[in-house]
Each structure stands twice: as structure tokens, then as C-alpha cells.
Design a protein around this ligand. Structure first.
Ligand code: NAD
Ligand code: DAU
Length: 351
């Protein structure tokens, strides 16, 4: 049995990853650690938590005594860190929280893992590590900043974040790399492009547009809607992380993305068409401050080294996603019933 600590798995990508690895591997036992912020919903993973192969602990990655207790009790072999404040617009409103969770939380997890996993010292005085352990950091393409009309992010593109969110993720990446270089900690990092699919919180573009159409609300597009994102179906991201943890090289960064660039306005029009609604619902609103123009991932490294390729085409993935939201109205109605209404009002009225 391999023991996993998966943080943030009551959120969008973490929940999809949890479901994926529980179905794929008989030999993993998972503890989910999640603070259940506005973005975390236990209902998403309630059916997976059986207290045999999957346990749930409500808690903060910044809470070191809690982490030490969990490492002592469950003897983790693998840590996968999804836990984060993940929304750019919220980071513009409240940067401090992003520093707290995304930077200090990650560094706290690294230290807890280091305390639990180091077995001794080698001849050069570097720590030696328990066999088979791995710390995987789930990062983002936003650490690279923004592209012009041409070119792609590779793993060696200089990091040039613009938003408080991406600055915090960049800082966390630097800490993960620093723990590898300084302590020889067995780490890996994925930098993925925009995900879409089931269980995504409706503050993000695709579920927000679906949700607004279903609720008969206008469809807010920032600025002219010409900004480009590189969309990947969430299960393809989960498969990439799983592959890297099993076969990826320690100390390496892997970009994950599927050459699926679309302007925001195209995405919104596609969803309108799929749901049979008029494009006249589209409302151009004030632009995001410091809005990155274009993201585009070069996934050559993960393809050449590990054979990873995205399996779900956007045309199919978007249909599956829309159908999922249609079939799971109760899920998103619960999710948006609380704090989200205040958030929406604050973010979109008078924009
Ligand atoms: P999300 O906001 O849907 O989920 C985040 C989860 O983390 C929630 O369940 C929340 O309760 C939990 N959490 C927040 N603060 C915590 C804390 N202090 N301690 C414990 N748990 C905490 O995010 P997501 O979209 O699923 O993103 C997951 C990770 O993937 C993030 O690290 C994000 O930066 C990264 N990422 C996201 C995308 C994307 O398109 N969504 C793309 C690339 C990378
Ligand atoms: O690239 C990976 C990143 O993708 C992740 O690291 C982040 O966690 C994730 O939130 C996402 O960031 P974006 O800012 O790209 O995603 P978001 O869905 O917020 O916005 C996508 C694009 O759509 C962006 O250009 C802003 C625009 N937008 C967004 C919203 C919410 C709108 O035009 N209208 C909206 O209402």
C-alpha cells in the first residue's frame, strides 16, 4: 500500500484527481486534507471517503502540528499539493490570503514532509530520504506570465508572474525547487494550463457562463474577450500528475497542456450555441487589472519523456462538461447558495 496525502481534494482538480487514482490504483490509501474554504465542498467527495482507502480531515496546510500528527499516523509516501487559493480575481481583492495559503502553506507542507522523511545524511552532508517518497506540487502556467501572439511556454521560460495569485504560485514553486536543490528532497512540479470539467466552482469562466445561462443572467466577458487561454479537460491533467508521480524524474518541472488555445469570446459563444441561447446575452464588462493576454503550453517534455498526450478533444470535453452541469443542478445550486452571491454582487455589479 502507498499512503498519499492529497491536499485540497474537496476542490475542483483535487476531487477529480482523487476519484481518478482511487479507481486506477488498488494499492493507494489516501488522506484528503482540506480546509473547506468557499471553494471546497465535502459533498463532491463524500462518496469516495470510505474510511478504509480514503479518509477526510478538515484542516489547514498552514497548521504544522496537525501535519505532524497526520504524517506520524499515516506514514505518507506521497504528498500531492492541490490546496490553494486559486482565483485570480479574488487575489486582486485580497492578496494576503494568497501569500498565506499558497506560499506559507506550501513551505509548511515541505517542512512537515522533510521532518517525516529524512533518514540520515550522505557523505556530503545532504539529507538522505526514505525510499519511494515524493512531494508533488500542482502549479500553473500563470507563473510564466503572458505571451504575445506567437510562441509557447516551455519549462525554461523565465518566470514572470503578474497577478498576486500567480506571484504566490511562483514563490511556492521556488520553495519546492529550493528544497530539492538544498536538501535533495524528491520533488516534482506540474505547470498546467486552464482546466475545465465536472466540479469546477462557478466563479471560473466556463462554469460561470453555463451557470449564468441556466439562471437567465447576462454573460460577463472581460474587456474585448480577446484574451487567449489553453484549455485542458481536467481528467487529462489528473492523468499527467499520476504519470509524473509514478514515472517522472525527481527534481523536474513538467508543463501540461493540450494545444487548445481559444479566445474567451469564442468559449462563451460555443457555450451559447451548445445550450441554444442567443449571443446577445454576452455583456462586455470592465477588464481584469493586469489581465494576461495569452497562455499557451508547449507539452513536448511530458510527451517525449512519458508519452502523455491529452485524450479528450475540446469539442467533446465541453459537451460533456455542459451535460454534467445540466445533470448536476443540485451540486452547483448548493455551491452557489452561500458566499458566492455576495462575491458575485461585489465583483460584477458596476463593473
Ligand atoms: P479550487 O479553488 O477549486 O480548490 C482549492 C481547494 O483547496 C479547495 O477545496 C479549498 O477548500 C482548499 N484549500 C484552500 N486553502 C486551503 C488551506 N489553507 N488548507 C487546506 N485546504 C485549502 O482550485 P482548483 O482549480 O482545483 O486548483 C487546484 C490547484 O491546481 C491549485 O493549486 C491551482 O493553483 C492549480 N491549478 C489550477 C488550474 C485551473 O485551471 N483550475 C490550472 C493549473 C493549476
Ligand atoms: O492557467 C491556469 C489558471 O487558470 C489557474 O492557475 C487558475 O487557478 C485558474 O483560475 C485559471 O485562471 P484564469 O484567470 O485564466 O481563469 P478564469 O476562469 O478566472 O478566467 C479565464 C479567462 O476568462 C480570463 O482571461 C478572464 C476571463 N473571464 C473570467 C471570468 C470569471 C471573463 O471574461 N469573465 C469572467 O466572468
Amino acid at each position: 500500500m502507498k499512503n498519499y496525502l492529497v491536499t485540497g481534494a474537496a476542490g475542483f482538480i483535487g476531487a477529480n484527481y482523487l476519484k481518478y487514482i482511487l479507481a486506477k490504483h488498488d494499492d493507494v490509501r489516501v488522506v484528503v486534507l482540506d480546509l473547506l474554504t468557499y471553494a471546497g465542498y465535502l459533498g463532491t467527495i463524500a462518496g469516495d471517503v470510505d474510511n478504509e482507502r480514503c479518509f477526510f480531515v478538515k484542516g489547514d496546510i498552514c497548521d504544522r502540528p496537525l501535519l505532524d500528527r497526520l504524517f506520524a499516523e499515516y506514514k505518507f509516501d506521497v504528498v500531492v499539493n492541490f490546496a490553494a487559493e486559486s482565483h485570480v480575481d479574488r487575489s486582486i481583492d485580497n492578496p494576503q490570503l494568497f501569500l498565506q495559503t499558497n506560499i506559507l502553506g506550501t513551505q509548511n507542507l515541505l517542512d512537515a514532509a522533510r521532518a517525516a522523511w529524512v533518514t540520515g545524511r550522505d557523505a556530503q552532508g545532504y539529507p538522505t530520504w526514505r525510499n519511494g517518497v515524493r512531494f508533488h506540487q500542482v502549479s500553473t502556467d500563470e507563473v510564466y506570465g503572458s505571451l504575445g501572439a506567437e510562441g509557447f511556454f516551455t519549462e525554461t521560460t523565465p518566470l514572470q508572474p503578474h497577478s498576486p495569485y500567480s506571484a504566490s504560485k511562483t514563490s511556492a514553486d521556488h520553495f519546492v525547487c529550493a528544497y530539492h536543490d538544498t536538501y535533495h528532497m524528491p520533488v516534482s512540479i506540474t505547470r498546467c494550463s486552464n482546466n475545465y470539467g465536472p466540479y469546477q466552482f462557478p466563479e471560473k469562466l466556463i462554469p460561470l457562463i453555463i451557470n449564468n445561462i441556466l439562471a437567465g443572467k447576462p454573460l460577463p466577458v472581460y474587456g474585448k474577450g480577446e484574451n487567449v487561454r489553453d484549455w485542458l479537460y481536467v481528467e487529462d491533467h489528473c492523468k499527467a500528475i499520476d504519470l509524473i508521480i509514478h514515472k517522472g524524474r525527481v527534481g523536474e518541472v513538467y508543463n501540461v497542456g493540450g494545444h487548445n488555445e481559444k479566445q474567451n469570446i469564442e468559449i462563451v459563444k460555443i457555450i451559447c450555441k451548445e445550450l441554444g441561447k442567443p449571443e446577445s446575452l454576452i455583456t462586455h464588462v470592465g477588464d481584469r487589472k493586469g489581465h494576461d493576454m495569452r497562455y499557451a503550453i508547449d507539452p513536448t517534455k511530458i510527451h517525449n519523456e512519458l508519452g502523455w498526450l491529452p485524450e479528450t478533444k475540446f469539442e467533446d470535453g465541453i459537451k460533456k462538461t455542459i451535460q454534467w452541469y445540466l445533470d448536476n443542478r443540485e451540486w452547483w445550486e448548493t455551491i452557489i447558495s452561500g458566499e458566492y452571491q455576495n462575491y458575485y454582487e461585489k465583483m460584477y455589479s458596476n463593473r
